[in-house]
Design a binder for this molecule. Structure first.
Ligand code: ZN
Length: 428
């Protein structure tokens, strides 16, 4: 008994001795080259000091304080954690309608949520510290659960901003084409009419949606005018009701809009971001600039799904490339988004999206900004993430080569820190 008491006392003493050292430990990162995400020229030999998950200083040439834990990235290029503003963590590829149906009909939502947690980990491993996940594709509100588990530190993964179910009217989103006798799951919340639209927005926000997403169009075709056209899903009244209600409750709206007609309708409704947007015309870009609307191109997915889909899809990468050049001339706000999930998470690295933007005319520095500071601005988190500056969360990645010479270096991230916690470091 006495012996036990002695052990207990020693234990208590040890805890009290350890506790002062547990006051927030400072971390110092020695960055060989720092690209801070603001667009400024790279800085050599910068010291980044981190405390309590936040960056407290960035000083070129400084020596690390003696009490700080040093992480030596002196042979690396250090950048802000990447941000993908268009993903589907609950989807494992939907090149064909059959791929999509297979998941909705044969996989339970818990099974899909397990894969979603894995996918958020894959994204983190690739250097993506934040994702805007733009709807669960029939998995209801499971994105909110995955977000919560990551935020609580129960599972490792990218920080999530979620849209829950998204919306489309009756008959305009899969599953479609089955016997009318069957009662099938829907890939979205089916919404018809203005009051129903407002109700759906309230329900989704009530269950944890950060963003509201709706599908503005489907049925893409090339018109005699050479423009990519589409069938518009909602009436203007319905689309406006979705956007007005979301904005009234303080939530931004993303719209899938790929053809010119869908883009025009979404801009009329007052959305905050246009997703895919291959059919953007110069006039529609002017409107987007005027309304400060972000364009999220998802170039990687358009290229990935093109070979396996109907004819019009095979033309989309080329159509989008032309639009991209016009967008750059007109200074359209572009944020990086991949549509990961439309391709399987295990099949490709989301960071491939960067090189499409460079191939389409961005400088490597502009491409880096699209996936860091611009993406943070789209999220409304520009004061917290997207750059390596004092006061920001310590979301930091590193690569071994120079991404300004070869943007594809971003596809080989060797170091990942999210909010001051190291998840990967193969430099040591
Ligand atoms: Zn998508």
């Amino acid at each position: 008994m006495l012996r036990r008491l002695a052990i207990l006392l020693i234990g208590l003493l040890a805890v009290s001795l350890i506790s002062p050292a547990q006051t927030p430990k400072r971390i110092a990162i020695r960055a060989g080259t720092l690209i801070d995400g603001t667009g400024k020229s790279p800085v050599s030999n910068a010291l980044i000091l981190i405390e309590g998950g936040k960056i407290i200083s960035v000083t070129p040439g400084a020596a690390p304080p003696p009490d700080a834990q040093l992480i030596d990235l002196s042979r690396a290029t250090v950048l802000p954690g990447f941000i993908d503003t268009h993903t589907h963590i609950l989807l494992q590829g939907d090149v064909t309608a059959a791929d999509y149906a297979e998941q909705l009909l044969k996989e339970s939502i818990p099974y899909r949520a397990i894969l979603a947690a894995r996918n958020a980990r894959i994204a983190l491993d690739h250097g993506f510290t934040s994702l805007r996940d733009l709807e669960t594709e029939g998995a209801m509100y499971a994105d909110v659960d995955v977000k919560t588990a990551i935020a609580r530190g129960e599972v490792p993964g990218a920080r999530l901003f979620v849209a829950t179910r998204a919306m489309a009217p009756t008959g305009m989103y899969p599953l479609l084409g089955y016997s009318w006798e069957l009662d099938l799951p829907h890939g979205v919340q089916v919404v018809d009419g203005v009051e129903n639209a407002r109700l759906a927005v309230r329900e989704q926000i009530g269950h944890g949606a950060d963003w509201i997403k709706y599908y503005s169009d489907h049925g893409y075709y090339l018109g005699p005018d050479g423009i990519l056209h589409s069938q518009v899903n909602f009436t203007d009244e319905e689309a406006r009701a979705i956007v007005e209600e979301a904005h009234r409750l303080g939530h931004p709206v993303a719209s899938h809009a790929n053809g010119a007609d869908g883009i025009a309708a979404a801009l009329r409704a007052g959305v905050d971001t246009i997703e895919h947007g291959a059919g953007f015309t110069p006039e529609l870009f002017d409107q987007a600039v005027k309304k400060k609307v972000y364009w999220v191109p998802t170039a990687m997915t358009l290229a990935y799904v093109a070979p396996g889909r109907a004819d019009i899809w095979s033309k989309m990468p080329e159509i989008q490339k032309k639009a991209f050049a016009i967008a750059l001339q007109k200074h359209v706000k572009i944020a990086l988004g991949t549509d990961a999930g439309a391709f399987p998470w295990t099949a490709a690295n989301e960071a491939e999206e960067f090189h499409y933007y460079v191939d389409y005319g961005m400088t490597p520095m502009q491409a880096i900004q699209s996936g860091t500071s611009a993406a943070a601005d789209l999220l409304g988190w520009g004061d917290r993430i997207g750059t390596i500056e004092p006061g920001k969360l310590a979301d930091i990645v590193a690569v071994s080569g120079d991404p300004l010479k070869n943007i594809r270096e971003l596809e080989n991230v060797h170091f990942v820190m999210k909010e001051g916690v190291v998840y990967k470091n193969s430099f040591q």
